[in-house]
Design a protein. Structure first.
Length: 139
């Protein structure tokens, strides 16, 4: 099943209606390297926050927030806060490079899933690959 922006669902369909899919990670070295997703609550937007830790490492937190808390500003080279409102848009947060254009679809990728909507890990297919669903029924 193809979802907007080329996101494929490999294991089950999600029951969330009008929710914004966003990346959710803490202390990651680059937004596009995050492979965990969930849906924002209705009315929320995606955010990316860049900070520099005490060792000089630039790290990112990604998630959802209320639009009223968005500052969309940079504080020199040490920090940045940015909000956006399209699917997986925080992959390119704070001026970082987003997903490469030559890639294949983004697919949900869980080895085991017991209930609808419980897979929150994504993976990237090559340009010549597609997502698929494999079901195993235990009796």
């Amino acid at each position: 099943m193809l979802l907007p922006l080329g996101i494929c669902l490999a294991l089950t369909s999600l029951s969330c209606v009008n929710c914004l899919t966003r990346l959710r990670c803490t202390d990651i070295v680059g937004p596009r390297h995050c492979k965990e997703v969930t849906e924002c609550s209705l009315g929320e937007v995606c955010y990316a926050q860049q900070t520099t830790n005490r060792y000089g490492q630039v790290l990112y937190d990604l998630g959802c927030t209320e639009p009223s808390t968005c500052s969309n500003r940079s504080h020199g080279n040490d920090s940045c806060e940015e909000c956006c409102s399209t699917e997986l848009c925080n992959a390119a947060g704070c001026g970082q490079p987003g997903y490469p254009s030559g890639r294949g679809p983004i697919c949900y990728s869980c080895s085991s899933q017991y209930s609808e909507g419980s897979c929150h890990i994504i993976d990237f297919c090559r340009s010549n690959e597609v997502s698929y669903t494999k079901a195993k029924i235990n009796h």
